[in-house]
Ligand binder design. Structure first.
Ligand code: UFG
Length: 339
């Protein structure tokens, strides 16, 4: 029987792309999502891409009894836990909501893993756990800095809970993937990022501005100590990122994992400035992005990019798609959204 993988938050941006990659590798996918930041029609898109329909439950992972029933009903063999709130600014305004959702969902999953003897879990962590590292590229050996936001704190706490739980319970294995900046969309143009309201992140703001939905892009800070003065991030194509989850779950299911808790940087290893991102977008799409440089955004770091050698060596995973491809696919997705 095929392995059944539970994807919490599986209709979201990264979850939907991971569902596609898992299903194309022969995994069966069970999605649980409360649809608070995603849409039901994503299921149809996943089916159109893969030819198969993932099983779906609408539920909040904090609803223990509902999730318990899902475990009872299925033979779940692994979990990939995406479901979480992810907006840095919102987390500063509503910290209790962030701690409630992001931490309690993790705790429920760990209780259910113990009850149903589910061994592997992959956790969506973030490069935000490093803050502004003093040495770049940042390796996994870099210690956490005090979190800049409640959101970032929930990622640090989530990793700590997994470290402690795997140390105490030898039937649980975990891998945290520290995502850098996930962007782009599936080549089919059928799934991508669906920002609600005004996008807080750079790429959806660029595509919406190029589409004429926003007047101009505000570049937050042009006076950073970087070659062109704008901040630098490690943008990673969401399809490459999705594939890292498949490799991680496969590693745990097939007992290839050396330690019961592992964590990996998932980026390209290449930093790009905001202006370089815009240049790549304009080159690939031939569409101009009107922009203006404004003040720095509070809480932003200057520069971060990943040392990905650990994931390259241990997971045998490597990003394949470059910034141009990220911009091309993000634009294709934006155009399809308007149809
Ligand atoms: N930016 C702009 N204008 C915008 C939006 C963003 O100039 O309208 C700039 C930001 O200042 C930053 C870069 O584009 O320099 C990337 O910003 P994003 O908001 O797209 O991404 P962040 O790097 O701020 O945040 C991302 C994730 C978070 C995660 C964080 C970790 O969205 O979930 O990386 O560093 F916590």
């Amino acid at each position: 029987m095929a392995n059944q993988i539970l994807l919490t938050g599986g209709t979201g941006f990264i979850g939907s792309h991971t569902a596609v990659e898992l299903m194309s590798q022969g995994y069966e996918v069970i999605i649980v999502d409360d649809l608070s930041n995603s849409e039901l029609k994503t299921l149809k898109s996943i089916e159109r891409i893969t030819g198969k329909k993932p099983k779906f439950y609408q539920a909040d992972i904090r609803q223990y009894e509902l999730i318990n029933a899902i475990f009872k009903e299925n033979k779940i063999t692994g979990i990939i836990h995406f479901a979480a709130k992810k907006a840095v600014g919102e987390s500063v305004e509503q910290p209790v909501m962030y701690y409630d959702i992001n931490i309690n969902s993790m705790i429920n999953l760990l209780k259910l893993m113990a009850a149903y003897q589910v061994q592997p879990i992959v956790f969506s962590s973030s490069c935000t756990v490093y803050g502004q590292p003093s040495i770049l590229p940042v390796t996994e050996a870099t210690p956490f800095l005090p979190a800049e936001s409640p959101y970032g704190n929930t990622k640090q706490i989530g990793e700590t809970i997994l470290r402690d739980s795997t140390a105490a319970n030898k039937n649980i294995n975990a891998i945290s993937l520290r995502y850098f900046n996930p962007v782009g969309a599936h080549e089919s143009g059928l799934i991508g990022e669906l920002p609600i309201g005004v996008p807080a992140n750079l790429i959806p703001f660029i595509t919406q501005t190029a589409a004429g939905l926003r007047q101009e892009l505000k570049i937050f800070g042009g006076d950073y100590n970087t070659p062109d003065g704008t901040a630098i991030r490690d943008y990673i194509h969401v399809v490459d990122l999705a594939k890292a989850h498949v490799v991680a779950i496969d590693r745990m299911l097939n007992a290839k994992q050396a330690k019961r808790y592992e964590f990996f940087n998932i980026g390209t290893g290449k930093g790009s400035s905001v202006l370089e991102v815009i240049q790549s977008f304009e080159k690939m799409t031939k569409v101009k992005v009107p922009y203006r440089i404004v003040d720095r955004r509070p809480g932003d770091i200057v520069e971060i990019y990943a040392d990905t050698s650990l994931a390259n060596q241990v997971l045998d995973w490597k990003s394949l798609l470059n910034l141009d491809e990220m911009m091309r696919s993000a634009w294709q997705w934006q155009l399809n959204l308007g149809k």
